[in-house]
Design a protein around this ligand. Structure first.
Ligand SMILES: Cc1ncc(COP(=O)(O)O)c(C=O)c1O
Length: 360
């Protein structure tokens, strides 16, 4: 068996021991004689899997009792519509545009009501997070929406925006469980799991109970109403059962590792190694304003597109995969999620040093 260091932005690297455990349980899940993929989502064995996963996530994130945890389908993008459908009572919402994902969410919300783009960093190719301490939050806004970690551009909010009392909705797809967060600051905090937690398709929505109502926009499908899933404990229909099972294993792995404080320290240490190298490199340059740098996604360039392409190719040959930047921005991007070991970042930095020496 040979595994590469996978720097993909998502789907992304998962803890090896989780994959190994899943492999061991593939044909016969704990004496049931079947795979989790083959089992009824109403069975006792599966009930233990999904309730255990929720309990572990609640413990990891310190989710208060007045928040529901929903395991849904459709990826993070489905939430771009589900959020306005369920929350836009006044048909108005404020969006802060810090990259493609926030932009897409705003465009989708526009189908349902008025979208006020109250701040944006588009002027500098989303290389920073705007000052959100005193924004012109709309009087009638049903919520303020952010994308907290911008996977493509490598920025992260270091401080949440001042929403002036409005509900905060946040997409944390690419920083999910990378560090502790205070759930009480959010009305909805959600993310696709395919970066830090599990297989693509599953999206986890953590939602304050008072936001779960029957009073949704007319025409909202049953499947896109939070109440449907909250009432049925994420088992209204067949859930993405195998995906949730893997998420549950990752939650257990995170608990074993020491929880989110420990993950934060590990992630800071990994990111520092790479950023420190970038800051002194004569060939490579980070593209993000230092104060807004993400711990998870690190974009960088040489300034020469041909050299970038050669770097990506040679890195792949050296077992360092998926370092090509997003197709919309070019350059390189190293995604260093929870499951990327420190040694992976060390190997990347060593390779960058060597490439630099050879190409200066
Ligand atoms: C921050 C963020 N939001 C949303 C998405 C879209 O997720 P999905 O493909 O699960 O719809 C992605 C990337 O895939 C992302 O990085």
């Amino acid at each position: 068996m040979s595994r590469v260091y996978n720097f993909s932005a998502g789907p992304a690297v998962l803890p090896e021991e989780v994959l190994q455990e899943a492999a061991d349980e593939m044909l016969d899940y704990r004496g049931t004689g079947m795979s989790v993929m083959e089992m009824s989502h109403r069975s006792k064995a599966y009930d233990e899997i999904i309730t255990g996963a929720e309990a572990d996530l609640r413990e990891l994130m310190g989710i208060p009792d007045n928040y529901k945890v929903l395991f849904l389908q459709g990826g993070a993008s489905q939430q771009f519509a589900m959020i306005p459908m369920n929350l836009m009572k006044n048909r108005s919402a404020d969006y802060i545009i810090t990259g493609q994902w926030a932009k897409k969410a705003a465009q989708e919300a526009e189908k349902y009501g008025k979208v006020n783009r109250i701040a944006s960093s588009e002027d500098q190719t989303y290389s920073y997070i705007p000052d959100c301490s005193d924004l012109p939050v709309s009087e009638d806004a049903d919520y303020v929406y952010i994308c907290e970690n911008n996977t493509i551009y490598g920025t992260k909010y270091q401080e949440l925006p001042n929403t002036k009392g409005k509900i905060l909705v946040s997409d944390i797809s690419s920083c999910f469980l990378s560090e502790p967060i205070d759930v009480t600051k959010y009305g909805i905090v959600y993310g696709g799991v395919q970066k830090n937690i599990g297989p693509a398709g599953v999206v986890i929505v953590i939602i304050r109970e008072d936001l779960i109502t029957e009073d949704v926009l007319s025409g909202t499908p049953t499947m896109l109403t939070y109440k449907t899933h909250a009432d049925a404990k994420s088992l209204y229909n067949t859930p993405p059962a195998y995906g949730i099972y893997i998420c549950g294993k990752v939650f257990k792995w995170l608990k074993k590792m020491g929880g989110l404080e420990v993950m934060k320290e590990r992630n800071e240490k990994k990111a520092k190694l790479l950023y420190d190298f970038l800051d002194q490199s004569r060939l490579f340059k980070g593209t993000v304003v230092p104060k807004d740098r993400s711990l998870m996604n690190v974009p960088f360039v040489t300034g020469d597109a041909d050299l970038d392409a050669r770097f990506v190719k040679e890195a792949k040959a050296a077992g360092l995969e998926n370092l090509k930047g997003h197709r919309s921005v070019g350059g390189m991007r190293a995604s260093i999620y929870n499951a990327m070991p420190y040694e992976g970042v060390e190997a990347l930095v060593a390779f960058m040093k060597k490439f630099e020496e050879e190409n200066l």
